[in-house]
Design a protein around this ligand. Structure first.
Ligand SMILES: [Mn+2]
Length: 318
């Protein structure tokens, strides 16, 4: 299938690349790497984003090919969704995908719904970045230093710096080959892992203050109201990774961060350490993800209701 996708891309003149909404390092890094590869192959490439790229990714090569989608419906020969478990993750960009002559879905989420003409879902890959690296091979292309920076960012992001259980020997092999391109690992790591905004530090304070432990400390829940979010001055992207503080507490198996958005929606991020399948909980509420990291959005609800609902689900899984 990956070969078929490479062939379809070779035949296409214009290609739209669509990472999931609230794009993370894997979604953005994979998208930019693919954009660099395809534009070097002479394709007309656009990366359409749902929101502005988080500042920590400002250093990535290829950003000049990316922009926030403005709603103008252009027909592409091929549109590819990256790191999207389902079509709803494309948000306002669904028409760009739907109108393309050929649609492609490249992902690694077990909950992927297979929504394209050409679906390639490999759940054994830690990051979509690994699949894009292989796609370069199928295209007969060699990633240069710029694409390598993007792919390394993608893979390092989704593996938490090669620390999560999704990290495989192949993950390291690919990373090793990316290092051969002369990328500066220390610089990339510092930018994506060790840089925080003042707003994020204040938001961490709010989240930690809200922390509650249940079931002898096996469940950890953090709840952040919109008011707390506003008070901290944090941006949406600043919520990234805060849930790990709860997950990392000794004795905790399942952690949830429940956050009230400006529009009243409740965003839930879930993590587990060894046996609770949080993707099953997320699926129940039309969300998705992986066994150890998943999420969903609850509409027409409130923090307290979602918290109660989740607690019941998580208790049932211990
Ligand atoms: Mn991913």
């Amino acid at each position: 299938m990956l070969k078929k996708i490479a062939e379809a891309m070779a035949e296409a003149g214009s290609i739209a690349i669509l990472p999931h909404m609230a794009a993370d390092g894997d979604a953005i890094g994979s998208s930019l790497a693919l954009a660099i590869g395809l534009s070097e192959a002479g394709k007309e490439v656009s990366v359409f984003l749902e929101e502005k790229v988080p500042h920590i990714y400002d250093f990535l090569p290829g950003l000049e090919m990316a922009r926030v989608y403005d709603g103008v419906e252009t027909k592409y020969d091929l549109a590819v969704a990256l790191d999207c478990g389902d079509i709803e993750r494309l948000g306002s960009r669904k028409p760009v995908f739907g109108k393309a002559a050929v649609t492609v879905n490249i992902d690694h989420h077990a909950t992927n719904t297979g929504f394209a003409m050409l679906d390639y879902v490999d759940t054994s890959c830690a990051a979509v970045g690994e699949i894009i690296y292989e796609l370069f091979g199928q295209m007969g292309a060699d990633p240069g230093k710029d694409a390598a920076i993007c792919l390394y960012t993608a893979i390092a992001s989704d593996t938490g710096g090669f620390r999560y259980s999704n990290t495989t020997s192949r993950t390291h092999t690919i990373a090793s080959e990316l290092l051969e391109k002369g990328i500066d690992v220390a610089d990339i790591s510092r930018r994506i892992f060790d840089t925080v905004s003042p707003g994020k530090v204040r938001l961490i304070g709010e989240a930690v203050n809200s922390l509650e432990l249940f079931e002898d400390g096996r469940i950890a829940v953090m709840s952040v109201s919109y008011e707390a979010m506003r008070r901290s001055g944090a941006a949406d992207e600043d919520t990234d990774g805060i849930i790990n503080i709860a997950r990392n507490i000794s004795g905790v198996e399942a952690a949830a961060m429940i956050r009230e958005m400006e529009n009243g929606d409740i965003r839930v991020n879930l993590r587990s350490n060894s046996y609770v399948d949080v993707s099953a909980v997320a699926s129940k509420y039309s969300g998705g993800g992986h066994m150890r990291a998943a999420g969903f959005t609850a509409r027409n609800s409130d923090l307290e209701t979602v918290r109660e609902m989740l607690l019941e689900d998580l208790r049932g899984m211990l």
